[in-house]
Design a protein around this ligand. Structure first.
Ligand code: TRP
Length: 320
């Protein structure tokens, strides 16, 4: 079985966009791949400066994935920071990378373009990410388009290390850029926590309903026929309840069916999908001892793989 690995940055409480765009697609891979999913807590340090908040997000994210169906018997779930070998590999990789390549990194360049003075963590971010991937003999990395450049750098540095020190030292991974759906937020823009347009995943139903009722729509009257395709309400509905989407489309286009009706249908579909997961989340999140035990068990197994890789790399470069 090939290995699929991905990292999740614990920088916020996951929202519906994370669920539809990342969590659900990643969990659908468990039958085809050996799956490793980890919490990239050291990556979060480039932006999170509040230690209590970070501690909370790490467990929020772990509990979310477990509640959404991650089975820790089948998928290794661990914290990046529990496997310190990743930093040894980060160093070896950084000695093979040109600074120019990191200067071209999107996140770094964008920060400069905004007139900020980005920290060195942002500069080095892609090297740590490459180490995350290469440490576990990863074959495929399910990611969104925004991470493509990071994957190219990872492949590049792995190839370079193999050329310099021996083919087969590292597995050169491939990006698995699924048709990860673009999930619109309440304002129609891509759902993202920084834009404040998120639909909460595990808030109480009343709050969820309120947010969904607040989604921006065009302002036709109830009777008017409406264009479903491209509207936020319909696009979200099609992601949550694909089997019923054509039905909603027909009703909207026929007229006599208002955006309020469509929002109500959307709320019910979202609630049907995440209601049971919310229950699970609340109980998993409440038992921190058990949650931490799951993460540690995952880390223990992850470390065995990491250990073998780092031995191979050390002896390849002459530090054994
Ligand atoms: N950079 C990724 C993001 O922002 C998170 C991440 C860290 C990651 N390490 C990774 C993703 C390794 C895939 C593989 O979403």
């Amino acid at each position: 079985m090939k290995t699929s690995l991905t990292g999740i940055k614990p920088t916020h409480l996951p929202h519906l966009g994370n669920y539809l765009g990342a969590i659900r697609p990643a969990l659908s891979l468990v039958d085809q791949y050996r799956t490793l999913y980890f919490i990239a807590d050291y990556h979060a340090l480039t932006s999170v400066r509040d230690s209590d908040a970070l501690r909370g997000y790490i467990r929020d994210v772990a509990a979310t994935w477990l509640a959404c169906g991650l089975d820790p018997e089948r998928t290794l779930l661990y914290r990046q920071s529990d496997v310190p070998e990743v930093f040894e590999l980060t160093w070896v990789l950084s000695c093979l990378l040109a600074t120019g390549q990191l200067e071209r990194g999107h996140a770094f360049k964008d920060a400069l373009a905004r007139g900020e003075s980005p920290n060195a963590g942002i500069f080095n971010y892609p090297v740590l990410m490459a180490a995350d991937i290469l440490l576990y003999d990863t074959d495929v990395v399910p990611i969104g388009k925004d991470q493509k450049q990071h994957l190219e750098l990872t492949r590049d540095v792995a190839t370079r290390l193999n050329h310099a020190y021996g083919e087969g030292t590292l597995v050169v991974p491939e990006a698995l850029i699924g048709e990860a759906p673009l999930v619109p937020g309440t304002d129609g823009e891509k759902m993202s926590k920084s834009k404040g347009n998120g639909i909460p995943l595990f808030e109480p139903p009343k709050k969820l309903r309120k947010v969904i009722m607040g989604i921006k729509t065009s302002s036709e009257s109830l009777e008017d026929p409406k264009v479903a395709e491209g509207s936020t309400v319909y696009e979200l509905y099609a992601l949550v309840a694909p089997d019923e989407a054509s039905d909603m489309k027909r009703k909207l286009e026929a007229g006599g069916y208002g955006w309020g009706h469509a929002k109500e249908a959307l709320f019910e579909a979202v609630e049907a999908e995440i209601g049971p997961k919310r229950e699970a989340y609340l109980s998993i999140r409440a038992d921190e001892t058990q949650l931490d035990a799951v993460l540690h068990a995952g880390a223990h197994k992850a470390r065995e793989i990491a250990h073998a890789t780092i031995q191979r790399v050390r002896s390849a470069v002459g530090i054994d």
